[in-house]
Design a protein around this ligand. Structure first.
Ligand code: PEP
Length: 256
């Protein structure tokens, strides 16, 4: 089977003021001028979305939010709606990042509502799953990932495989400098694809992109992205630096 088109995302988390984000975006714009073979997304903090969109809107780089609320609007202090993200230029949104799950206590039920809302609004959810180190050491990786998918994607029927992205992000690999080995990641990706096949049918599951996230760097990107079931990367730390992020994207181009 031909390799699925890779999708490489940069999650800038709570880094970069609008001014700093604009500087990085200008550098990316120059570095990514010849990128055609992979999809690229950057997810800046909400305050920087407009500034980044202004710079990257006519380039290959798409814009994503880091979170959304499931309601259209309302008295939800500190939250951001799908409509607000779209108006700021977003076409993607991260749902269920491990920091949202583990630092902010987000649960499967709310993440399910967020994924449903994103899909209804035509935003592509990057739906994140992944086990903790404790889960892995107890041999519970597949059970945990299955439960996160089962609950988080409950009631979602996907006809267009391009309408959603799943990100496998082992918690022990995020921001630690320790990436999953290509084989460890490939094994879980194959498991996720199999599970998505049960949910949405094999033909759809074969086309859905599954990103790997967890200490992806220029040095390990090519080997990870070369795995059969790894269809891109969600990059935190290394995406903050335009040179490193561009090098990861170019690694993606070279395996495409
Ligand atoms: C992330 O934030 O999704 C992530 C994978 O971070 P890092 O690349 O820094 O491990």
């Amino acid at each position: 089977m031909a390799k699925r088109r890779l999708v490489i995302g940069g999650n800038w988390k709570m880094y970069k003021t609008p001014t700093e984000a604009a500087t990085t975006s200008k550098a990316l714009k120059v570095k990514l001028i010849n990128v055609e073979a992979v999809d690229v997304v950057v997810c800046p903090p909400a305050t920087a979305l407009l500034a980044v969109n202004q710079i990257l809107k006519d380039t290959v780089v798409k814009l994503g939010g880091q979170n959304l609320h499931w309601a259209d609007e309302g008295a939800f202090t500190g939250e951001i709606s799908a409509k607000m993200l779209k108006d700021a230029g977003c076409s993607y949104v991260i749902v269920g990042h491990s920091e949202r799950r583990h630092v902010f206590g987000e649960r499967d039920e709310g993440l399910n509502k967020k994924a449903i809302k994103a899909l209804q609004e035509g935003l592509i959810p990057i739906f994140c799953v992944g086990e903790t180190l404790d889960d892995r050491e107890r041999g519970r990786t597949e059970a945990v990932v299955r439960e996160q998918l089962q609950n988080g994607l409950a009631g979602i029927v996907v006809d267009d495989p391009g309408s959603i992205v799943v990100a496998y992000e082992p918690v022990w690999a995020i921001g630690t400098g320790v990436n999953a080995t290509p084989q460890q990641a490939e094994d879980v990706h194959a498991f996720i694809r199999e599970f998505l096949g049960q949910l949405w049918g094999k033909a759809t599951a074969d086309q859905v992109r599954i990103q790997y996230g967890g200490s992806v760097k220029p040095q390990n990107a090519e080997e990870l992205l070369g795995q059969e079931n790894i269809d891109g990367a969600l990059v935190g730390g290394a995406s903050l630096n335009a040179d490193d992020f561009a090098a990861i994207i170019k690694a993606g181009q070279s395996v495409s």
